[in-house]
Design a protein around this ligand. Structure first.
Ligand code: GLC
Ligand code: CA
Length: 544
């Protein structure tokens, strides 16, 4: 096997599909696998190496499918295992591999194991697959510890015994419908090995690992206090109570052995909101291979910041023999075209919750910056992730009525933040018609009227964002014949320039004066040049 086959993911372009919102084939308002199959040509037109599917497993959708009832099946609302096999075969025929999402920190409360646990007595093996404890206080009425959840005030929910009396408490770092597994339990560990093989056997090339840094907790009692989940500024020592503990890596070393059973070896990408020094540990060659780099998902659009974050990310990834990843958007964060069109000190969650009233977004600037930033990342060494709709230049949808919000962040967090639905609205495929071509009868989240301007047909015009993405992604392959790059001094703090040793140059004017570009063939620009110069919020690729 050539190294390029084994290492295909090191410099790949991977497109995230949020299945419920991609394309609906049967008119029930919910995207499905047949919908994906019907758009294989569209995916092929993007020159992708792989698609990553967010969860499509049976789920009551307490958290958009990140509450899994059964890890080895397809939700009947989305399709069947046969549809999945058909999808993989047809994607493979056009050279696109598939990643699936593995959600190992928690199941749903509808999972057969959790039902068994609730029905079983205290201290039973069924309860030991999760984290059940007695409450504190005289009658156990207080939660076992002060641990907070992401979506609810407390990470503990009390159960009710079959005779109606209050029972033990169980741990959930997310919604109460998402009970955390006990990863010290061998049965849990083995069940996930089985799940990895199940999908790898079906031809899946890789896995995206949900909250990869949370699986191991310090369960020694009395529990240590953990008063706040804030900026995830976890210590670098790996002995935190709940996150990024050193022993979590044992799990991934065991997973890697499963990956190596396959040809080419399977790979995975960690979702771990930790600092770069710790993030790259998940990406080690004997662990997952990759880790999401979320630095630019939140960073301001600013040249010195980009230069620093990019340099550091590449340097640290190299140290662990991995390559960096680049992410501007995903299903958890507001759309980049909105973020870049707003003052950088705006709290995006507050802005969404205000229905966009907190500040007016500058759409033109936001779009120009989003396109420029994406072209900049696509030219860097490493693997770029693109979130569905990013290629259509979608803005965040801020006016979803409160009674239609699906994100548990809203209800479970006591209506503090409206949450993440604004980037999960079904895609517009056409500028007219029912649900803008998403399906034949409505969409599970309401689409705003401005989606018409961002539909696939409109954005396929010569000056459309989709056209730019198609061109950039197709050209990109020629740049990724090397993993090296070098910064070139520009003499302007608002302008960044790097060169690849194979003759490609990428120059981005963030907010500098019109910049005179060096000699060479201008292969692609994210916006027209102004009098031959590179204007602000524009990226250009040059072949020397
Ligand atoms: C990850 C997912 C997010 C989900 C959470 C709990 O952060 O990306 O959508 O809510 O994990 O599974
Ligand atoms: Ca459907």
């Amino acid at each position: 096997m050539k190294n390029s086959d084994r290492d295909w993911w090191r410099q790949a372009a991977i497109y995230q599909i949020y299945p419920r919102s991609f394309k609906d084939s049967n008119g029930d308002g919910i995207g499905d696998l047949q919908g994906i199959i019907s758009e294989i040509d569209y995916l092929a037109s993007l020159s992708l190496d792989a698609v990553w599917l967010s969860p499509f497993y049976p789920s009551a959708l307490a958290d958009g499918g990140y509450d899994v009832d059964d890890y080895r099946d397809v939700d009947p609302k989305i399709g069947t295992l046969e549809d999945f096999d058909e999808m993989i075969a047809k994607l493979s025929a056009v050279g696109i591999k598939v990643f699936v999402d593995i959600v190992p920190n928690h199941s749903s409360d509808q999972h057969v194991w959790f039902k068994e646990a609730l029905a079983a007595p205290e201290g039973s093996p069924a309860r030991n697959r999760y984290i059940f404890r007695n409450g504190r206080g005289a009658d156990g009425a207080l939660p076992p510890s002060d641990w907070p959840s992401h979506f609810a005030p407390s990470a503990w929910t009390r159960t009710t015994n079959s005779d109606g009396t209050p029972g033990q408490w169980y741990l959930h770092l997310f919604a109460p419908e998402q009970p955390d597994f006990n990863w010290d339990n061998r049965e849990v560990q083995e069940d996930f090995l089985k799940t990895l093989r199940f999908w790898a056997d079906r031809g899946v090339a890789g896995f995206r690992v949900d909250v990869a840094h949370a699986l191991k907790k310090d369960l020694s009692e009395p529990f240590r206090s953990y008063p706040k989940i804030g900026a995830f500024e976890n210590p670098l020592t790996g002995d935190d109570v709940l996150f990024d503990r050193n022993d979590v890596h044992e799990i991934y070393r065991e997973w890697n052995k499963v990956f190596q059973e396959y040809d080419p070896p399977r790979v995975a990408v960690a979702e771990a909101y930790v600092r770069v020094e710790r993030r790259v540990l998940y990406a080690r060659p004997d662990e997952l291979g990759q880790a999401f780099n979320f630095d630019l998902l939140e960073a301001p659009y600013d040249a010195p910041t980009y230069k620093k974050l990019i340099t550091t990310a590449i340097e640290f990834a190299k140290k662990e023999n991995s390559s960096s990843t680049w992410v501007l958007e995903n299903h958890d964060k507001p759309r980049s075209a909105s973020r870049f069109g707003l003052p950088s000190d705006i709290d995006m969650m507050e802005w969404v919750t205000s229905d966009g009233a907190l500040a007016v977004q500058d759409e033109k600037l936001g779009s120009a910056r989003a396109n420029a930033a994406m072209m900049f990342l696509l030219a860097l060494p490493g693997c770029t992730y693109i979130y569905q709709g990013e290629e259509l230049g979608l803005f965040e949808v801020t006016d979803i009525p409160q009674d239609q919000i699906q994100d548990p962040m809203w209800k479970r967090n006591l209506f503090v933040h409206k949450g993440r639905d604004g980037c999960r609205v079904p895609l517009p495929w056409k500028s007219t018609g029912s649900s803008f071509g998403f399906g034949s009868d409505g969409s599970h989240l309401p689409q705003p009227s401005w989606f018409a301007n961002h539909s696939v047909d409109v954005q396929s015009a010569p000056d459309g964002t989709l056209t730019l993405y198609r061109k950039a992604l197709a050209l990109r392959r020629a740049m990724q014949t090397t993993e090296d790059y070098q910064w070139v001094e520009t003499g302007d703090t608002g302008v960044l320039h790097f060169a690849r040793p194979n003759g490609w140059h990428c120059i981005s004017n963030f907010d500098g004066a019109p910049f005179a570009i060096p000699q060479g063939e201008v292969v692609l620009a994210s916006a027209p040049l102004v009098d031959g110069k590179l204007g602000a919020a524009t990226t250009v690729w040059i072949k020397a």
